[in-house]
Design a protein around this ligand. Structure first.
Ligand code: 6R9
Length: 651
């Protein structure tokens, strides 16, 4: 029953619409499409007034700004003369009212728990900030952070912000090599790490990785090690100091460094289309204004919310929507260290029930994995506290969206599918849950002030229904400012396609109602016999089949068609691969989208190769499909065995 109900729907034919629940709208920050359009028009007709007003509302400024925007394409400066401090805005500003309110509810994978109030968090941040200063860290210095998802990760980021140091978080799942590559590129002089972290019941050996990286990190002066997994710390290198020893005896107060609005806040490395990762640089004022604003509007925050974003702080979602956005808004944020299915398939749902989480923000890849595990696990827990669900990271196929809404949200919670990127700093295209009628699989509309437009390569708007390239045609406060250490790459990567306009690298189209549908990276768009297809569309159709768990579709060069479609498919438990099933799936796709989308080849796999942030590595699959040795860097691959298995499958 449930299966047939879910069984639809390529994004091409999706036509279900879910208006916001009335009771939700009544209390929301933005309550109607009229309000949304009014804000949109205000922002479009007078962006400087709009953003200037938002900036004054969202942040405490020690010194006010006079210039809202200084735009010399492709370089923007926002709130130019202003001075502020992000740690102050996340902590001190709340202390009068929220000193005893939990800022962080932490749960470690082994089950250890901590409840940290705003007052306590401020003290921890100040002590570490003073500790960093005692190590010689000054305003503008780069500090690396390589920690598990423990409260100290947030403390570390905030301590840097407090003293005007620039943090560069490296995801704890990255290797020693990835670590030193990033640390050297950033020129970091101090690294904050831990002995280890917990993941799937084992210890992730962070300190070991640091030890392997240290000989390659010549500029690294000090490594601060937190005890997390071990009984005691052994400091194996003369550059190492224990976290406890560093903060012990430090003062509880630390005067914030009032930095210029354009002072760098962080560098976060993200993979580009070529080998070397890009150090995306964000600055203080504009980033803070837009993350604070979007957190409140998109998640419709209320004072008593218990908000849980499951992202790791190693990704931009962790920066903007685990740490800065929620804390600037003074809500309680849940932090969970470990794997979603440790020790059992219902860990997430248990956490929601335990903390009475009201908002859940997670990724489609997780949602699909939970679907595969079965409805009985969420059904075991009381999740009636939830009132809003969010999705981020890749296109969410309508079937997963429906499952999320029905099974996790009990059919009562609005779902916000939020499109944005490391480079955009904050959410750009998303429903406003009290205003926007949603369609499963669509990120709906750009937020007020965000000029996301779908254009062709010449810069002409494409007609509704047709695919095009997604650009942001005007600057926005939380845009990246440069690629650290490589200003040419900033221009080349983002502003070469159409001068002065930010190119997202994504394809998209609008439907007849103007809703935006993301079609995946443009390099994931394939041209089959002259027809443009989003691989996401074909995947969506495949996943809508009752037996399919996940699918990744790539193009393979084909003499006749230009490109042929190859689908890698994993099956739901209890289904065996067979040639009948291959035929059935191919016919199913043809039925859902059209004969043009019928995969030329379907390959069953046990698992799909994914980056550590859960994105399917389609470029790698393209190489496998084409029978080539991969040219692609696999350092971000979650599990190399997956690749080996796919290759064997080849024979
Ligand atoms: C926040 C984040 C950015 C890329 C982006 C796009 C994809 C993210 C999406 C989405 C469709 C969504 N993406 N959210 N695609 N719908 N709601 O994920 O940043 O890691 O830099 O990835 O992810 O392709 O270009 P980042």
């Amino acid at each position: 029953m449930a299966e047939t109900q879910h069984e639809i729907k390529s994004v091409l034919t999706e036509n279900r619409v879910f208006p916001p629940p009335e009771a939700f709208s009544k209390q929301a920050h933005i309550r109607s499409m009229e309000d949304y359009r009014r804000l949109w028009d205000e922002a479009a007709s007078n962006p400087e007034k709009y953003w200037g007003d938002r900036a004054r509302e969202e942040l405490y400024w020690k010194e006010p700004f006079q210039t809202v925007l200084d735009w010399k394409p492709p370089h923007a400066r926002w709130f130019v003369e202003g001075r502020t401090n992000l740690a102050y805005n996340c902590l001190d500003r709340h202390l009068a009212k929220r000193r005893d309110k939990p800022a962080i509810l932490f749960e470690g994978e082994p089950g250890d728990r901590r409840r940290i109030t705003y007052g306590e968090l401020a003290v921890e941040v100040n002590r570490l900030a003073n500790g960093l200063k005692s190590l010689g860290v000054r305003k503008g210095d780069r500090v690396g952070i390589y920690l598990p998802m423990v409260p100290e990760a947030a403390v570390a980021m905030l301590a840097c912000a407090r003293i005007g140091a620039v943090h560069s978080v490296v995801f704890g799942g990255f290797s020693a090599e990835a670590l030193h590559e990033r640390m050297n590129d950033a020129g970091a002089k101090v690294l904050l790490t831990a002995d280890g972290g917990w993941r799937k019941g084992s210890v992730v050996p962070l300190q070991k990785n640091v030890e392997a990286a240290l000989p390659h990190m010549k500029a690294m002066e000090k490594v601060v090690v937190l005890r997390r997994t071990g009984e005691s710390l052994s400091l194996s290198d003369s550059r190492m100091v224990a976290w406890d020893a560093l903060v012990k005896g430090q003062s509880d107060t630390c005067e914030p460094e009032w930095v210029e609005s354009e002072h760098p806040l962080f560098i976060l490395y993200t993979s580009g289309s070529t080998g070397k990762p890009k150090g995306v640089l964000h600055t203080t004022g504009g980033y803070a204004v837009n993350t604070s604003l979007t957190t409140r509007w998109v998640f419709d925050l209320r004072e008593d919310d218990v908000y849980w974003c499951t992202a790791d702080v190693g990704w931009v979602t962790g920066h903007s929507y685990v740490v800065y956005g929620p804390l600037m808004n003074g809500v309680t944020t849940v932090l969970y260290e470990g794997a979603p299915t440790q020790p059992g398939p219902d860990r997430f749902w248990e956490i929601i029930a335990r903390y009475k989480a009201t908002i859940l923000y997670t990724a489609p890849t997780a949602i699909r994995a939970f679907m595969r595990l079965g409805d009985e696990h969420p059904r075991k827990h009381d999740m009636s506290s939830l009132r809003l669900l969010g999705s981020v990271g890749e296109p969410i196929n309508p079937e997963a969206w429906m499952w999320y809404r029905d099974v996790i949200g009990g059919g009562r919670c609005p779902v916000v599918d939020t499109w944005w990127q490391t480079e955009t700093g904050a959410i750009m295209i998303s429903p406003l849950p009290g205003a926007t009628p949603t369609k499963p699989g669509s990120a709906t509309f750009p937020l007020p002030g965000i000029h996301a437009e779908i254009l062709d390569r010449q810069g002409n708007p494409v007609p509704r229904g047709q695919g095009g390239l997604l650009f942001v045609t005007r600057p926005w406060p939380s845009m990246l400012r440069t690629v650290y250490g490589d200003p040419d790459r900033y221009v080349r990567t983002y502003f070469n396609e159409l001068p002065g306009m930010y190119f997202t690298g994504d394809g998209a189209r609008t439907d007849a109602d103007g809703y935006v549908w993301l079609m995946g990276r443009v390099d994931d768009v394939v041209n089959v016999a002259g027809h443009r297809l989003g691989t996401a569309e074909v995947e969506s159709a495949l996943v809508a089949h009752a037996r399919v768990s996940e699918a990744a579709v790539v193009g393979r060069p084909d003499e006749l068609k230009g490109t042929a479609l190859v689908a890698f498919v994993t099956l739901k438990q209890g289904n065996a691969p067979s040639s009948e099933l291959k035929k059935e799936l191919a016919t199913h796709v043809a039925k859902e989208i059209g004969a043009i989308a019928r995969p030329d080849e379907i390959r069953f796999a046990e698992a799909l190769p994914k980056t550590r942030s859960g994105k399917i590595m389609r470029r790698l699959l393209r190489d496998v499909a084409a029978g080539k040795q991969s040219s692609q860097d696999t350092t971000t691959l979650e599990d190399l065995n997956v690749l080996a298995a796919l290759r064997q499958n080849d024979e």
